[in-house]
Design a protein around this ligand. Structure first.
Ligand code: GLA
Length: 730
């Protein structure tokens, strides 16, 4: 609910459990007065204290009032060069060369439903599911108008935000920074949580106290990156899964980003999040507008668990767009780790046949089916079937697979080109490069200039021929390098600072065309695994290959970190062979199944090499995944332990919304002889329900299981795992 006090220019946004408030003050500076647990509509600017502080300038109109300074007051959207020395949210270069921006409140409007963003991803709603407040600010000297958009999704404690800026002057201005979110806190005794690491080990949680000055994470790789995720949390020092305050900030963007927190001199703090200012400079001629990507905040007073569950629910209902829409997605088999580039139609058909006999429903043909693609160094850009490998083309292969009762999926990497390709030989200028400089390669390949429509159109024409040539149910959209040599022949030199962002908009454009033209195709995003696992991609690709690391034990960390923002159904997760291809670890098949099942589930191995016993286990896993699909994907997710704190075991749980069913999964680390006797306190149950465990007596009350816990079974062998299924009776 949005509550307005027009006389006092107070704007209060209520969700089910939280309140967010802004107020335009006597100088029409828009102040941020509160974000926290739900309270009433009273004027929370009473909480703001001011007094004279040296070296904090006073705005001109404050006259002799030295108690007022932009450098001390909490800004809703921080300006630059006019008295607030903390992190700016906006930076303008005006025609006269100055770098100043001073935005003052001018008005507001209310809208039903969620605002829409053209060409950018965002949460969506019907007219009744969200409300929108737009606040207008103006910089009179710069002749710039800014609209701050807020949509409130009450049930999910979710507030989405974005910013639109319009040049109303006659002269050209340059936008050097335009953050999506600025959030001031009246305290700095908080921790910052970020999700980091590298290819093959993404989204590992790091938590540390704020300290004076600026701390930041971000990416200048042209992708949101394996190294840092565009999702961060600020929380109390004692916040844990179930208690304490935390505030999540998610940027729905797949390119360069920065999330920076500044702890300032008077021990308040500010989070600014948006497109990274590195090589960002957007020219706005008279009348032109720029819209920043969307950010989405969830505040919880009850720890990380509640925050995550609210994100999960909101993302599932209001961000993902997928053809299965409530129906179960098929269990898949992917041939990559089974064959790499070395396959032909018969080999693929063998894998599919084995899979189909075990209940697997979708066969995905990965890299290597097109052009001269027999290794990393050639073929990308030539999206025509390699008839040496697949003599009858897709026209023959796809019906063959479908006759086994399976759907067919295909891999593509549309943004890329190898120098050894027909495409590159015909259009060497289409690859990103700086004139006079030989471009850096990544995985032996170059990136196409996706900021250019002609380049995108040409790739899309090729894609359409493939996707229309057979009954294709799934597309894995891959992207396997970071961007370098970012320069576009389509823009003049003073506008080269637009290329990174235009590239991302280009990717979104092509993905949107796919949605329009092939609404039945399920698209899985991939960027060397999880290099572009962000809310932006999820709007177009409702699942993302979580990591190229398929080892179940490493995956515990990766999926744990990912779960802080993103729901289980978005995490592509496959059972693969052992010893694991990435780290050589041997884990039991059961453990691999249990770990991958808390994801968009599939297999990536040569099933022909499995023993009869292993095939039996795989059939059982597939059955179990299908049986528990709703619980696994739609259930409320509880992290029961952290693999970053305790490597001896990792436990998590899904609970059905009516609390009548729960599935607890536990994976052990290395086992000692005579292991400790442990108990696990289960979460999210109804204390008054009586639960049957794995269909057996005795019954336990929810209260008992949550307060006293349930004993760990004594299992032998490293990395073993078990699940327990709870069902309320009566
Ligand atoms: C990337 C993907 C893998 C696989 C290969 C194919 O690394 O993450 O899953 O598709 O490319 O080249």
């Amino acid at each position: 609910m949005i509550v307005l006090d027009q006389e006092n220019k107070i704007f209060t946004l209520h969700t089910r459990n939280t309140t967010y408030q802004m107020k335009a003050d006597q100088y029409n500076v828009l102040l941020h007065t509160y974000y926290g647990a739900k309270i009433d509509n009273c004027d929370l600017s009473v909480l703001l204290q001011c007094g004279e502080r040296s070296f904090t300038p006073n705005p001109n109109e404050a006259g002799s009032n030295r108690n007022y300074s932009l450098d001390v007051a909490p800004q809703e959207y921080s300006t630059c060069g006019v008295g607030d020395f903390r992190l700016p949210a906006i930076e303008l270069e005006l025609a006269n060369g100055s770098h100043t921006a001073d935005m003052r409140y001018e008005g507001f409007r209310l809208e039903k439903g969620k605002y829409a963003l053209e060409g950018l991803p965002g949460f969506y709603s019907t007219k009744d599911e969200a409300e929108t407040l737009v606040i207008m600010l103006r910089d009179a000297a710069a002749q710039v108008v800014m609209e701050l958009y807020y949509s409130v999704f009450e049930a999910y404690d979710l507030i989405t935000r974005t910013v639109r800026i319009v040049n109303q002057g006659t002269e050209e201005i340059r936008l050097c920074r335009c953050a999506s979110l600025c959030l001031d806190f009246p305290r700095s005794d908080m921790d910052l949580i970020t999700f980091n690491a590298h290819h093959l080990m993404e989204r590992c949680l790091d938590r540390g106290p704020l300290r004076p000055g600026i701390q930041s994470v971000g990416s200048v790789r042209g992708i949101s990156s394996h190294q840092h995720n565009p999702f961060v949390i600020l929380c109390g020092r004692d916040t844990d899964e179930d208690t304490g305050m935390c505030c999540g900030a998610m940027l729905l963007y797949s390119g360069n980003f920065e999330a920076a927190v500044e702890c300032s001199q008077y021990e308040n703090s500010r989070l600014v999040m948006g497109i990274h200012p590195f090589h960002f400079c957007w020219t706005l001629t008279s009348g032109q507008a720029f819209t920043a990507p969307e950010a989405a905040m969830v505040y919880s007073s009850n720890g990380f668990g509640q925050m995550s569950r609210q994100y999960h629910r909101a993302i599932r209902k209001h961000l993902l767009r997928e053809p299965y829409d409530g129906r179960r997605k098929p269990v898949l088999i992917n041939n990559w780790e089974a064959t790499y580039f070395d396959f032909n139609a018969d080999r693929l058909a063998d894998i599919a046949r084995e899979a189909s006999a075990l209940g697997i429903e979708l066969f995905v043909m990965d890299d290597g089916w097109f052009g001269s693609r027999n290794n990393d160094d050639s073929g990308l850009g030539d999206w025509q079937v390699n008839l040496e490998k697949l003599p009858g083309g897709l026209e023959e292969l796809v019906p063959r697979i479908k006759n086994m009762g399976m759907k067919f999926g295909i891999w593509m990497e549309p943004e890329m080109v190898n120098e050894d390709s027909h495409l590159y030989r015909a259009h060497p200028d289409w690859a990103l490069h700086v004139p006079g400089r030989a471009p850096a390669r990544g995985r032996g390949q170059l990136a196409l200039d996706f900021s250019r429509k002609d380049v995108r159109d040409s790739i899309y024409e090729q894609m359409k021929v493939v996707l229309s040539s057979a009954d294709i149910a799934y597309l894995k959209w891959d992207m396997n390098r970071s961007l370098t040599d970012v320069w576009s022949a389509s823009l003049p030199s003073r506008r080269q600072g637009e290329v990174y962002h235009r590239y991302v908009l280009g990717v979104y454009d092509l993905l949107e065309r796919l949605h329009r033209d092939y609404p039945h195709i399920l698209i899985e995003g991939c960027c060397g695994g999880g290099g572009r696992f962000d809310g932006g991609m999820l709007y177009y690709t409702p699942q993302v290959w979580c990591s190229d690391d398929t080892d179940a034990i490493d995956r515990l960390c990766i999926q744990y970190g990912t779960s802080f923002c993103y729901p289980v159904c978005t995490m592509g997760a496959h059972v693969s062979a052992v010893p694991n291809e990435q780290n050589g670890r041997v884990t039991p098949l059961k453990t691999r199944g249990i770990t991958a099942m808390s994801g968009a589930f599939g297999y990536e191995m040569d099933l022909g090499k499995c023993t009869a016993e292993e095939k039996k286990e795989i059939r059982r896993q597939v059955e179990s995944y299908k049986t528990h699909y709703n619980l696994l994907h739609e259930g409320d997710y509880y992290r029961l332990s952290s693999p970053f704190q305790d490597r001896s075991f990792t436990a998590w749980e899904q609970v059905s919304p009516d609390q009548r069913e729960a599935l607890v999964s536990v994976v052990y680390g290395c086992i000692n002889a005579a292991p400790l006797f442990g108990t696990l306190r289960i979460k999210g149950l109804n204390p008054d329900f009586q639960y049957q465990i794995d269909g057996a007596e005795p019954l336990y009350s929810g209260e008992t299981l949550m307060k006293a816990g349930y004993p760990f079974p004594q299992i032998q062998g490293d990395y073993s795992a078990f699940q327990i299924y709870l069902r309320a009776v009566g």
